[in-house]
Write a protein that binds this ligand. Structure first.
Ligand SMILES: Nc1ncnc2c1ncn2[C@@H]1O[C@H](COP(=O)(O)OP(=O)(O)O)[C@@H](O)[C@H]1O
Ligand SMILES: O=C(O)C[C@@H](O)[C@H](O)C(=O)COP(=O)(O)O
Length: 336
């Protein structure tokens, strides 16, 4: 069962809003970053990765964001255009802001970490006046990534985009994407995450991200079903809780739950799992697939991306995704 009804006559399938950054993934793997010398540069930033994943799957994709007025900013917009992503919603910062950098460390397949340089980044300077209502109303879906709530004016830009989306019946999907290094205070984080989530139709996050949101409310011993049910009293139709190598579980407003397993793979690095999962999951939902099938598509995409060096560059095409689902072993993991 798929509870979502998309406005099918819109020229764009999905617009993502949030950060456009650079991933610098260590080439020397299985060692700490102190011992690495070279990195490969990719476009990064969770919403950028999801947008690239969506475009790779053939979806008409747009973006609302801000890039630095430098080579990195031009590299990012050029890469998005090469991937047929509409960039008219992207503005260039003129204040000397820089591009966020995510240095990734691959100590082992299961020990990966990300060192983020986020001072004076252009993406958090996106201003409400740069959010175009006429642009948003052209899309079936608005994808909001939580890190864009970390600082003004990006925070207000996101809330304005949410208002426009609700006004024009654009389905809002909230990928929590909690990055502690971008926030200064847990309470502030939880307040803004909860306020944004109230306006969303679909919420996707890990157990830890939902715990962060609930801690502020002194919700003791929450579980996945309790977490999901909280959001059905607002706009949510679907809540997905991801559990890493144990798969994911989704709840719909009708009280049903849907479990998904994983496609075991040779894991090179674990980051990129969430963004690839989100892009293919959303794609499945928009193709009218059952929730569990859309989750399986998300798992398949994640399985492909975590076996490769990059996140954005590794996003599969529709053909690669469907082929993987037909040929790879699928394991219905148990969790929770
Ligand atoms: N080790 C793994 N092997 C195969 N699939 C995985 C693995 N880790 C994660 N996945 C898939 O990626 C999805 C998202 O991963 P998760 O780590 O929960 O999200 P995030 O990257 O946002 O923290 C999981 O629900 C699962 O489908
Ligand atoms: O989101 C960032 O700024 C870093 C990403 O580009 C990076 O690829 C990553 O951490 C992916 O996140 P995940 O998919 O949630 O693991």
């Amino acid at each position: 069962m798929n509870p979502l009804k998309f406005e099918t006559t819109r020229p764009l399938d999905i617009i993502a809003i949030g950060r456009l950054c650079i991933d610098l993934n260590a080439n020397e793997i299985n060692r700490p970053m102190e011992e690495t010398n070279t990195f490969t540069k990719y476009v990064g930033g969770s919403p950028a990765n999801i947008a690239i994943g969506s475009a790779r799957l053939g979806q008409k994709t747009g973006f609302i964001g801000k890039v630095a007025d430098d080579q990195m900013g031009r590299f990012i917009t050029g890469y998005l255009e090469k991937n047929s992503i509409d960039t008219k919603g992207i503005t260039v910062d003129r204040t000397g802001a820089v591009t966020g950098l995510a240095f990734t460390e691959i100590k082992s397949p299961s020990e990966c970490s990300i060192l983020m340089y986020r001072d004076n980044v252009a993406d958090l300077k996106l201003h409400p006046k740069e959010v175009d209502e006429e642009y948003i109303k052209q899309s079936k879906v608005l994808l909001v990534s939580g890190t864009a709530l970390a600082k003004s004016p990006s925070r207000e830009a996101v809330f304005l985009a949410l208002e426009y989306a609700v006004k024009h019946k654009v389905t809002v999907i909230f990928d929590l994407d909690y990055r502690p290094y971008t926030w200064v205070d847990e309470a502030e984080t939880a307040v803004y995450y909860n306020l944004a989530a109230e306006k969303c139709d679909v919420i996707i996050g890990t157990r830890e991200e939902f715990d962060m949101m609930e801690k502020l409310l002194n919700i003791e011993e929450s579980d996945d079903r309790h977490t999901a049910s909280r959001w059905f009293s607002y706009r949510a139709e679907l809540v997905v809780i991801k559990h890493g190598g144990s798969g994911s579980i989704a709840y719909t407003k009708d009280g049903m739950s849907h479990r998904s397993g994983i496609f075991p793979t040779n894991v090179l690095k674990t980051f990129g799992a969430g963004d690839s999962y989100a892009s293919a999951f959303i794609y499945g939902l928009m193709k009218g697939k059952e929730v569990s099938e859309a989750m399986k598509m998300g798992s398949a995409s994640a399985s492909i991306v975590i076996s490769r060096h990059s996140c954005s560059d590794a996003m599969p095409t529709e053909e690669e995704l469907l082929n993987h689902m037909e040929t790879a072993y699928y394991e219905l993991a148990q969790h929770g």
